[in-house]
Design a protein around this ligand. Sequence first.
Ligand SMILES: *[C@@H]1O[C@H](CO)[C@@H](O)[C@H](O)[C@H]1NC(C)=O
Ligand SMILES: *[C@@H]1O[C@H](CO)[C@@H](O)[C@H](O)[C@H]1NC(C)=O
Ligand SMILES: *[C@@H]1O[C@H](CO)[C@@H](O)[C@H](O)[C@H]1NC(C)=O
Ligand SMILES: *[C@@H]1O[C@H](CO)[C@@H](O)[C@H](O)[C@H]1NC(C)=O
Ligand SMILES: CC(=O)N[C@H]1CO[C@H](CO)[C@@H](O)[C@@H]1O
Length: 577
Amino acid sequence: MCVCIYSIGLSMGGCLGWEEERYTDGSKWKFLEHKGPVFAPPYEPLPSNVKFYYDGKHMKLSPEAEEVATFFAKMLDHEYTTKDIFRKNFFKDWRKEMNAEEKAKLTDLKKCNFTEMSEYFKAQSEARKAMTKDEKLKIKEENERLLQEYGFCIMDNHRERIANFRIEPPGLFRGRGDHPKMGMLKRRIRPKDIIINCSKDSKHPEPPPGTKWKEVRHDNKVTWLVSWTENIQGSIKYIMLNPSSRIKGEKDWQKYETARRLKKCVDRIRTQYHEDWKSKEMRIRQRAVALYFIDKLALRAGNEKEEGETADTVGCCSLRVEHIKLYPENDGQEYVVEFDFLGKDSIRYYNKVPVEKRVFKNLQLFMENKEPDDDLFDRLNTSVLNKHLQELMDGLTAKVFRTYNASITLQQQLKQLTMPEFFSFKKILSYNRANRAVAILCNHQRAPPKTFEKSMQNLQTKIDAKRDQLSDAKRELKSAKADAKVRRDEKSKKAVETKKKAVQRIEEQLMKLEVQATDREENKQIALGTSKLNYLDPRISVAWCKKWGIPVEKIYNKTQREKFAWAIDMADEDFEF
Ligand SMILES: *[C@@H]1O[C@H](CO)[C@@H](O)[C@H](O)[C@H]1NC(C)=O
Ligand SMILES: *[C@@H]1O[C@H](CO)[C@@H](O)[C@H](O)[C@H]1NC(C)=O
Ligand SMILES: *[C@@H]1O[C@H](CO)[C@@H](O)[C@H](O)[C@H]1NC(C)=O
Ligand SMILES: *[C@@H]1O[C@H](CO)[C@@H](O)[C@H](O)[C@H]1NC(C)=O
Ligand SMILES: CC(=O)N[C@H]1CO[C@H](CO)[C@@H](O)[C@@H]1O
């Protein structure tokens, strides 16, 4: 068979998928061969001089109990280990790994002393940092060998990179926000947990000696290679192809094409839901108001599965009465709705927006005679809404509205903010500002990075030094000019020119640093990555780069360039979303 090698990047990017990917156009692969996953290394018991103490007394733990204890010890300096839920969940799961004797003795987490374990891991991590070049090179070579052996598969006629062929090691679950399951033991994944998907006529991956796979499948309608069920949320995890692969690229392209189709019919959809606000049927009114929120505020639809089980997060359909407040008038605006709830990943969504009068009146109606914890849209659920969206446009979901609004907003902002006369670094600031406008729209907030103040200080020091340098250069220019006036010869004229250029160069460097500071400051609490990676049609960004002669590397890092290879390859300066 002919193996065509293409799109092979070597960075270790990519992540495990959560959604099973099926071909949307009914296509199938014909041949799939791969080597299966790389398992986490087995547990290595602690050296005997690293001791664990219970109630002040040394206690030797069984290997099973010790392994789980090390997970806690490794996180000892982290705030998590002070949280009640974390400690409770951890202790409950830890006890399950203890033998009878340990179970009887270890009854109070407060009496456990993990200090020596924690010190040991800290020392190990220091030792890793202090490795010699040769030792580091050895590790790098071993990683490269694993990548070459396990990191690629052959799908039909292509050799493709696999996104993440390493199975995560066991540890303690953290989750985002105040996740009710934080601290639980994330079990070690073994061959007997693994389902392999490959073609019948390929060389099947071998399980490690003495073990068996759970199952080997030959399902050519899906694009995953390996799957297993993780124990915390019971969700299925998959090993899939790298974003740079042909299949991923096509899926990505399709997503943005769907958003572009929405652009063409969004007016019709808006007209319709405006009409539906007046419907005699309550379920239609509720559906229409929910749709308005999704369109106007880029809210998520809400999970189809019951969210209540995990953190108390909601989407549009699962909003409760307590999540909104109505103000007939607020700060000089009429019909204002205040939203305050925890959205995906427990990130708070807070927004105060004026809405149309009819929406406001409907909301009042929906809230009548209800308790705070009653559903706002009691006649609506996510599946009903999704079905309705499908009827409005093939392939339409709440996410398509987000993608559409994000992409069109980026395009408009880029047009507005990029001035032809800007230096290229200032154009890049414009790009980041456009990206920020979208991130704000999508509610992609973050806590300021820990290193923020420090890195701003460093930058400020550089700026101050550059300012001094500039005044020196200006002074030198002035004296060169004075000198030239007196001497009136070629040599001193040349000197003036040289000094002038130096001043210009330093001015430009100073401006660049100042723009950098502005950019960083504005970015303090906003995460650009998520929208860049998931909601912004890369063809808009690539077209913008082309138009202004900005290298794509300035806006996409290596991982992002791999993911968007399809868009970069077909770069078109006149692309209109
Ligand atoms: C825990 O153990 C360490 C090391 O053996 C010891 O220095 C420390 O005092 C102990 N901490 C407590 C709270 O007993
Ligand atoms: C995108 O969302 C914003 C914020 O709610 C909204 O004002 C705007 O009308 C939307 N734009 C489009 C084109 O849908
Ligand atoms: C959603 O509502 C529809 C119609 O009321 C109902 O048939 C369906 O079972 C509901 N789905 C869920 C997941 O609750
Ligand atoms: C690229 O940027 C993303 C954030 O958007 C980051 O998560 C990733 O680690 C970066 N990759 C590289 C290779 O720098
Ligand atoms: C869940 C699933 O799609 N399983 C498929 C795995 O592969 C076998 C053999 O091709 C199919 O029969 C199953 O339906």
